[in-house]
Design a protein around this ligand. Structure first.
Ligand code: ADP
Length: 638
């Protein structure tokens, strides 16, 4: 046999992850058992699912389950399952490479301090490699269901592994751990039993182990061996809520999601009536490093306790991809396929429930505020919704955009910083609650950064009146607001678009009209000088300190939106916006009295360019802008 053994080197990422795991998770090393048992349970799930349609794959009398075998003489602990098994290529692919892109980059970018943070490490999907926490050598013997070939994979985690043909009576996998000297406790009955009970009690397949029992007295005493079941082996979500402890929920979550951190919150529900459905949904406490690009769902679909699929996108909208958990339907057929799911009315029902239950959970978190909670074993004051928002706020925004039916509920969950408080975030509800009686709209300003938003000329008059302005600094914010249009009957108004329609007294109105009349000539001259750049020039009601700003039409694209689209590579035509000027600003007064046409043209260009700069954009010809400023500085020099 040895002659046919082939040596393979690990993909570089694997070495990286292996050393991270072994060095960082040392003090949590008992989790290896949870990881291997969870892989075994997944393998059985997959087999039982395939056996629904592939008759003959599973013999009638097979009792599916997991066995743990302690071999004192050999110093090994074996975890074996009669699940789907792996082919030779799968052994090499699954245990020699890391599928998740970006893992290496992440591993390299972690600082020494971060490498101690198991919640970060957990993101690599380190599952199987945790075997090396307790073993100096690992053998995996596996036979794929439906195949008559068995293969063995062996590694000492020193950069390579070997693959060779082997023998095994039937389908499934066994992972043989040759325990390190300091991990020999796992050859004893109790450490194994306790670890299984702690981490894997809810695993729905039985986990059995052979134990020794002494019987009889004195000379009659005999040691007998018997197989016992270590776990309750009933699906956790089928148990009544009152019988499940928080700790069990947490461990269930960790095994299900391969996350090492505790979940932030969960909801466990049962629906009875025309449709019967049980669900257990978790909100993680930390977003995976690739959350932005990630498209797959983290909710597993079961039908009558039989695992059906991992990534059931039909029942979980994409914006809810942060949710992990299970849903178990009594109504779908066991042989349900993607095609059936797409058509079945039950799917829509399930999807609706997943959305509704998650929203209710988030609303509860939002209402909760700061509370004392146990976090990773310590009692701390936390605002769970704030934690959620920092990690997954983006998802709620996507939801506002896509989940039209739940738009109002989602809008209430949005959080923004504002002129009121640029640290803590507020909701539209908080904002509306603080609105002075004469204010009719919700104002916001979009900018690339908080600093740019705070000093935006567009919000000067609003601030002066004591109207709060929300800061929208996330690129998708403006699209979300455009989709939303209003909250609680109050229109959402961009400080950089259309007319602000600020409430004004008759005197104010009259004074403005007079100013407009008086300024008509300069407005016209400016309009001519900037004919290529602006649509029109008008007197502003939004500026108090700055001389000018650029605004879009009410339904037009703001300068910020235009810039974002350009940066994203969209070829959009130049948007002509409106130049608004501040009649009380000395610059405008100087322009009024300027007779030299060439100088007037220079100043007009400067006025336009500085309005761009003030909103965070670059003038189209930055060189020319800089020269004009320099000239102005020389002119004005004493
Ligand atoms: P993860 O479980 O997060 O995908 P692991 O490193 O734990 O990562 O396992 C890698 C892959 O190896 C699994 O996705 C699975 O395809 C395969 N695998 C691991 N253990 C088993 C097993 N007992 N039976 C069948 N396949 C397994």
């Amino acid at each position: 046999m040895a002659a046919t053994s082939e040596r393979h080197v690990f993909q570089a990422e694997v070495n990286e992850v292996l050393s991270l795991v072994v060095n960082s998770l040392y003090s949590h090393r008992e989790v290896f058992l949870r990881e291997l048992v969870s892989n075994a349970a997944d393998a059985i799930d997959q087999l039982s699912f395939r056996a629904l349609t592939e008759h003959g794959l599973l013999a009638e009398d097979t009792e599916l389950g997991i066995e743990i075998v302690r071999d004192q003489a050999a110093g090994t602990l074996t975890i074996r399952d009669n699940g789907i098994g792996m082919t030779r290529d799968e052994l090499i692919g699954n245990l020699g490479t890391i599928a998740r892109s970006g893992s290496k980059k992440l591993a390299q970018s972690l600082s020494a301090e971060q490498k101690k943070d198991i919640t970060l490490i957990g993101q690599f999907g380190v599952g199987f490699y945790s075997a090396f926490l307790v073993a100096d050598s690992v053998r995996v013997i596996s036979r794929k269901a439906g195949s008559d070939e068995t293969w063995e994979w062996e590694s000492q985690a020193k950069g390579d592994f070997e693959v060779r043909p082997a023998e095994r009576a039937s389908h499934g996998t066994e992972v043989v751990l040759h325990l390190k000297d300091d991990a020999k406790e796992y050859l004893e009955e109790w450490p194994v039993r306790e670890t299984v009970r702690k981490y894997s009690d809810y695993v729905r397949w039985p986990i059995r182990m052979e134990v020794e029992r002494k019987t009889g007295e004195g000379d009659e005493q005999k040691t007998e061996r018997e197989w016992i079941k270590l776990n309750a082996a009933s699906a956790l979500w089928t148990r009544p809520k009152a019988e499940v402890e928080d700790e069990q929920y947490r461990e269930f979550y960790k095994a299900l999601s391969h996350d090492w951190a505790d979940p932030l919150a969960w909801t466990h529900f049962r629906i009875e009536g025309t449709h019967e459905l049980t669900g257990l949904l978790f909100v993680p406490s930390q977003a995976p490093f690739d959350f932005g690009e990630r498209k797959h769902s983290g909710v597993r679909l079961f039908v009558k306790r039989v695992f059906i699929m991992d990534d059931a996108q039909e029942i979980v909208p994409e914006w809810l991809r942060f949710v992990r958990g299970v849903v178990d339907s009594e109504d779908l057929p066991l042989n349900v396929s993607r095609e059936i799911l797409q058509k079945d009315a039950t799917t829509r029902f399930i999807r609706k429930q997943v959305v509704a239950k998650t929203l209710t959970l988030l609303e509860e978190l939002a209402a909760e505020g700061e509370t004392e909670r146990e976090v990773e074993g310590e009692t701390r004051k936390v605002d769970r919704y704030e934690l959620f928002w920092k990690q997954f706020g983006r998802a709620i925004k996507e939801g506002v955009y896509h989940e039209v039916d739940a738009r109002d509920r989602l809008a209430a969950l949005l959080r923004f910083r504002s002129t009121q408080d640029d640290e803590a975030r507020c909701s539209f509800g908080d904002y509306v609650g603080r609105m002075p009686a004469e204010q009719t709209a919700i104002y916001y300003v979009a900018a690339d950064s908080l600093a740019a938003a705070k000093s935006s000329p567009h919000i000067e008059a609003l601030k002066k009146r004591g109207f709060e302005v929300l800061f929208m600094t996330d690129p998708i914010d403006e699209w979300v607001v455009d989709a939303l249009r209003e909250f609680d009957g109050k229109p959402l108004v961009s400080a950089a678009k259309g007319a602000l329609d600020l409430p004004e007294s008759d005197e104010e109105k009259k004074a403005k009209e007079e100013k407009e009349k008086a300024l008509a000539p300069v407005l016209e001259r400016l309009g001519k000088a900037l004919a290529d750049d602006v649509k029109t020039v008008r007197v502003t009601d939004r500026l108090t300190d700055s001389p000018a700003c650029l605004v879009a039409d009410k339904s037009g694209m703001s300068g910020h939106q235009e810039r974002l689209l350009r940066e994203a590579g969209h070829d959009i035509p130049k948007q002509q916006r409106i130049l608004e000027i501040n009649p009380d600003h000395p610059v405008i007064q100087r322009l009024e009295s300027m007779t030299d046409e060439q100088r007037f043209a220079e100043w007009s260009a400067l006025l336009y360019d500085q309005a761009l700069v003030a909103e965070g954009a670059l003038p189209s010809d930055p060189g020319a802008f800089a020269r004009r400023v320099a000239r102005l500085m020389t002119e004005g020099a004493p």
